[in-house]
Structures are given as structure tokens and as C-alpha cells.
Design a protein around this ligand. Sequence first.
Ligand SMILES: [Zn+2]
Length: 172
Amino acid sequence: MKKNSAAPEIVLYGDETLRQMSTPVEEITPELKEFIAAMFKTLRQVKGIGLSAPQVGVNKRFFILDLTSASFEFDEIVMINPEIISTEGEQCGEEGCLSFPGLYLEITRPERVVCRYFDVDGNENEVEAEGLFARAILHETDHLNGKLYIDYLAPAEREMISGKLKKIKVSA
Ligand SMILES: [Zn+2]
């Protein structure tokens, strides 16, 4: 990870990084903290809700969320080595992904989630999230496992968006 405070660029669908299994963060270094701060710059620039490390080309297990617009208990949150402890219920809603510009899909996910993670100071925390907060945690945790929201689509649905996917891939 190079020491660079410039906002890292988001990689798009088709980039290999998005399909790889990310490895745990072993140490929270000043460089990592700096990189995370830079990721927040990127996230704010694109007015996004969540951004995972693989989406900026780093296959490490962490992501950031900015829920300012939705006024949750947490505005900005960093989750390092997150672990989904339990899920409950079901929600269906429109979901986007910064690695798929302009592609919004109806995705069904659990309504509630309990997630254990480390914050940037190395403290272990547990959060109980619901609604959009839960959806964001699950979406970003999937990224750490090389899983993308399009993987939830049935083959016929996937076929319907194949043209859009090709366009995103070409521009990558
Ligand atoms: Zn995403």
C-alpha cells in the first residue's frame, strides 16, 4: 500500500480485484489510517454510502460507510476485519454499487444484522444494524469475499442487464 493521501480511484466491474478473496488486516498502521482517510475523500466525492478496500484495488478486509445523509447512529464508520455474527428478517430494495456506475438493482437481503469488527483504533466493536445500515454492511462484506450484488440475480435477470454490464466493463 503506497503512502499517498490522494483520493484513490474506484475500480469498475471487470477488474480482477473485485473477484478476489481479501485477506485480514494484521496491523493498523499509520499508513492504513491515512489510506482510509483518503478513501473517505473518494466516497464523499462520489456521494456514495459505502466503499470497500477491493474497490480501490486493495484486497484487504476493511470498508468504510458514510451514512450522513440517512442520519443513523453512526455517520462515518470504518469496519476492519468485519464478521457477520447473525442475520434476521428480510428486506427488498434498490441497491447500487460504485463499481457499477448507474446500475441499480432490486436485491433481497436480511433486514437486521449483527456485525463484529475492529475500528481504526484497534478496538473490537459489535453493532446491531437494520434497514439501509444492515444492507450496506452486507453489501460491503460481500466485496471482501469477492462477491458482487449482481451475483444475487437469477440467470434471466442477469441476462436482461448483460448489455449494461458489458458497457461498464468496456469503460473499465
Ligand atoms: Zn459495491
